[in-house]
Design a protein around this ligand. Structure first.
Ligand SMILES: O=C(O)CCC(=O)C(=O)O
Length: 238
């Protein structure tokens, strides 16, 4: 984890790296080329899943980081270009923040009130390296908050400048039903439950697949203050 201050790797050593030893014995037959230091537990519709990647302590640490982001950039429910408020509340960290309003979907260098977005927590940058093998460096972290009946319709992630860079997604809090299809709208889809501490990487053939969240299971985790689910997506946006 060269490039990051000493200590950040340590946060994950107990959780991720210890899990790694036993997991490698179970799942290394997954047959997927993989360049990170961690290995996926499963490949779902071409997406490497790292189930149980973050243990309880690492999840709690990350939730503290999310709280600090929320303090500096409170989540809001943005409107789509058609003026409809999204059911998911959002904010961002990093040099660029994803936003939507009547002008459409895009990345912005500042919050709507003119302030910079808060920095991406170093813990997340270290996690990116662990699951991607250091593919690029993320400059944007979208922080999604799902409460109650919040959901996210099927969509492709294609607002980024370089679509060859992976997207890393981290789930915290209530479990969620994640749905994925192919690279064309309207094909067959499948779903999988994402639990708190699960990580996935959209890359290669899965980078541009249609995906979304059907629903969360409210109350299935006590991690997020006030309840619900947080999803963190790291991207190389600019
Ligand atoms: O919440 C999730 O797991 C998916 C989020 C997502 O698809 C996105 O932010 O583009």
């Amino acid at each position: 984890m060269a490039g990051y201050p000493a200590g950040f790797e340590g946060v994950y050593r107990k959780g991720i790296l210890a899990l790694q030893a036993s997991r490698n014995r179970r799942v290394n037959d997954i047959g997927q080329p993989f360049s990170g230091t961690l290995r996926p537990t499963r490949v779902f519709r071409g997406i490497p899943l790292f189930q149980g990647c973050l243990d309880d302590a690492a999840q709690a640490e990350l939730m503290g980081d999310v709280q600090a982001i929320w303090d500096a950039a409170p989540p809001v429910r943005p409107v789509t270009r058609w003026g409809k408020p999204m059911s998911v509340a959002m904010t961002s960290a990093g040099a660029l923040g994803w936003t939507t309003d009547r002008r459409g979907y895009r990345y912005e260098p500042r919050q709507p009130d003119g302030r910079d977005w808060p920095p991406i927590p170093p813990r997340l940058l270290a996690l990116w390296d662990s699951v991607t093998g250091g593919a690029g460096r993320p400059d944007s972290c979208l922080v999604n908050l799902y409460r109650g009946s919040a959901r996210m319709g099927l969509h492709q992630d294609k607002d980024e400048a370089d679509l060859s860079c992976p997207v890393v997604s981290v789930s915290l809090g209530d479990r969620a039903l994640f749905r994925a299809g192919g690279t064309e709208r309207g094909g067959r889809t499948d779903s999988v439950w994402l639990d708190s501490g699960d990580v996935m990487v959209l890359r290669g053939e899965s980078r541009l697949i249609f995906h979304g969240i059907d629903r969360i299971e409210p109350g299935s985790s006590a991690l997020v203050p006030g309840g619900g689910r947080v999803n963190l997506t790291l991207r190389v946006a600019g």
